[in-house]
Structures are given as C-alpha cells and as structure tokens.
Design a protein around this ligand. Structure first.
Ligand code: FAD
Length: 300
C-alpha cells in the first residue's frame, strides 16, 4: 500500500466484478482440466472470461475452438485475445469477422511479442496492424466489439519510459478500448502509482489488476523476469526452501494472493482479473474471500 493512502470501504460483494483468463488446452488431459475450471468458476458469474492467443498466433485454431465452445456450452461472456504478430490486417480482420459471425462480441486486443521472443526487436508485419491501439481501432471499425487491452504497471519492457506507455494506452482507449487489464504484479503500490499516472493523463476507463497467484514459484520467476514484473523480497523470502514442499508452498501462495486481493479491495478496487492457468481452486478461494460467491452475486 502507498504510505498515507487512505483506506476506502471495500465494495459490496454484489458490486465486485471478477474475470478469469484461460489458455487453450493442448491435450485431452489439459482439455478436461480447462472444462473443470470453467464449470467450477462459471457460477461466480464473472463479467467475462478470456482465452489467450499463443505467441505469434500459434494457438489460433485452439483459441477459436475454446472461445466457440465456451460460447456454445455456457452462458459466459467470452473475450478472445488477438495479436498482430505475423499477420496482415486482412488475416486479422478475417479472424475478427469469423468471431463476430460466431457471436463473439469481446476482444482483448494486443500487439503480441516479437516472433523471436521477448527482448528481440518487434517488427510490424507488412500490411499488418502496427500495435494494440491500431488493432483496437481496426476491430471497432469492423464491428461494434467490446475491446479490452493490456497495460503495464511496471512499464512494458520495450518502453524507455512510462510516458510512451501511457501515451499508447491513451491511443488504445481512443481506439475504442473500454478497459485495460494489467500485467501481473506483486507490489500493490506499483499498481496504484501506475493508476495515478494514468488518471493524471486523463485515462478514466477501468484499469483492472491482473492477479497471478503463485502456482509454481520457479517458473513464475522466469516469467516475471521476461515480463518485467518485480518479485518483491518478501515473496522471495516466503518461498525460500519450499521447492520440495508443495503443500506449504500452496498455502503460502494462497495467503499471499489473498493479502494482495484484500488490500486492493480495501482500497476501492472492484474488478479483479485472475490469470487462472486453467485451474479453478485458487481463483475460486480468492473470490470467496472477496465475497464473490455463487449465491450472492447478482447479474452485472
Ligand atoms: P502495445 O501496447 O501496442 O505495445 C507494446 C510496446 O511496444 C509499447 O509499450 C512500446 O514499448 C512499444 N510500441 C508499441 N507501439 C509503438 C509505437 N508506435 N512507437 C514506439 N513504440 C511502440 N500475448 C500473446 O501473445 N497472447 C495473449 O493472449 C496475450 N495476452 C495478454 C493479456 C494481458 C492482459 C497482457 C497485459 C498481455 C498479454 N500478452 C499476450 C502479452 C503482450 O502481447 C505483450 O506484452 C506484448 O509485448 C505487448 O502487447 P501490447 O498489446 O501491450 O502492445
């Protein structure tokens, strides 16, 4: 929490929104795990669930199948992630058109990472969308999609400074994005500082914290390094010597994620986006602690 930040009343559970992010499964086993997670989390009536798009469009077919199945078999609002990588505007527009015809009305518009991996230079595909703002604008021009975009409380790794990121976020909003979801973070003060910068720049749309509970600390450390997310000393200390102790690790992870969410909620945050990694338990427990429960949540 920022020093001196005033505690606000936690939003009533009926005013709390949650959303869940899934990735398209690769195998039968992963498929089963995903649908178990969807079924477990659906009664919480999330504002939406989203399905990621593999780097460079590598999961294009699987993303489509997953999005369409959620649409067909559940009453959830589903958002399809889409990137600009290795695709012309015509390619991307064809995907958008296909989604629209299938009844998908919500897109998470992203630039995507360079095909050679994070850290490599990003080159716009010839006749492709330049970045997420350009994609958001193009999608809205095509159809009346609801658009969500990404943002980076610790700055995007490619950006020299926050100013460029904030400027690009403004362009995404001007292009028609209705909300931004943040990259995952573990220090809430970092999120609130970013929120202040965005508000000062006149960005008024919801900036929804992306919550990534620690399911596997070793792989999380690698991912965090790539994404530019800081792992606070406190977290490092908490997971010390737990590599071979799954049970304790899970309890520590749940406690820390609960602390993070409850602190955000106590400061007035009323929408949480959970990176579920296709597992329901942690997200369900966190929602329960926030007061978002199957029988209590009224429709948005
Ligand atoms: P943008 O904000 O468009 O740009 C990213 C960076 O590129 C900028 O911060 C800036 O440094 C630079 N840049 C862009 N335009 C310009 C310009 N005109 N001039 C100068 N510099 C510029 N990736 C996937 O592959 N699939 C997913 O499903 C996926 N889901 C995600 C969901 C969320 C909520 C988030 C936060 C990220 C997700 N990502 C996903 C990762 C994302 O694709 C990468 O972080 C990517 O590097 C940036 O995408 P963006 O949409 O934020 O890009």
């Amino acid at each position: 929490m920022l020093a001196g930040r005033k505690k606000r009343r936690m939003a009533e559970p009926s005013n709390l929104n949650v959303s869940f992010e899934f990735f398209p499964p690769k195998s039968e086993k992963m498929q089963t795990q995903l649908w178990q997670a969807v079924e477990r989390l659906a009664p919480l009536q999330p504002s939406f669930v989203s399905v990621t798009y593999g780097a460079g469009g590598s999961t294009r077919g699987r993303t489509h199948e997953t999005v369409k199945r959620i649409l067909r078999d559940t009453s959830l609002q589903v958002a399809a992630h889409l990137t600009c990588v290795d695709a012309t505007k015509d390619d991307v527009n064809a995907v958008l058109e296909d989604y629209w015809q299938a009844g998908v009305r919500h897109i998470v518009a992203l630039r995507g990472d360079p095909p050679d991996g994070v850290g490599a230079k990003y080159t716009q595909t010839e006749n492709g969308y330049r970045n997420a703002a350009d994609l958001a604008t193009g999608a809205r021009r095509l159809h009346d999609f609801e658009i969500t975009v990404g943002c980076y409380p610790e700055k995007h790794p490619e950006s020299p400074d926050f100013q460029l990121d904030i400027e690009l976020l403004k362009q995404k909003i001007d292009g028609g994005a209705r909300r931004a979801v943040t990259q995952f973070f573990y220090d809430n003060s970092v999120y609130f500082r970013f929120l202040e910068k965005a508000r000062a720049a006149g960005i008024s749309v919801p900036i929804v914290p992306g919550i990534m509970p620690v399911l596997n600390f070793a792989s999380l450390q690698k991912m965090a390094q790539t994404c530019g997310t800081t792992i606070p000393q406190k977290l490092l200390r908490m997971f010390e010597n737990l590599d071979n102790d799954t049970e304790t690790r899970q309890m520590v992870a749940a406690t820390l994620a609960a602390e993070q969410c409850l602190d955000l909620a106590s400061q007035g945050i009323n929408h949480f986006h959970f990176y579920t990694l296709n597992r329901a338990e942690m997200a369900f427990a966190l929602c329960h602690m926030l007061g978002v429960r199957p029988e209590e949540k009224s429709a948005d």
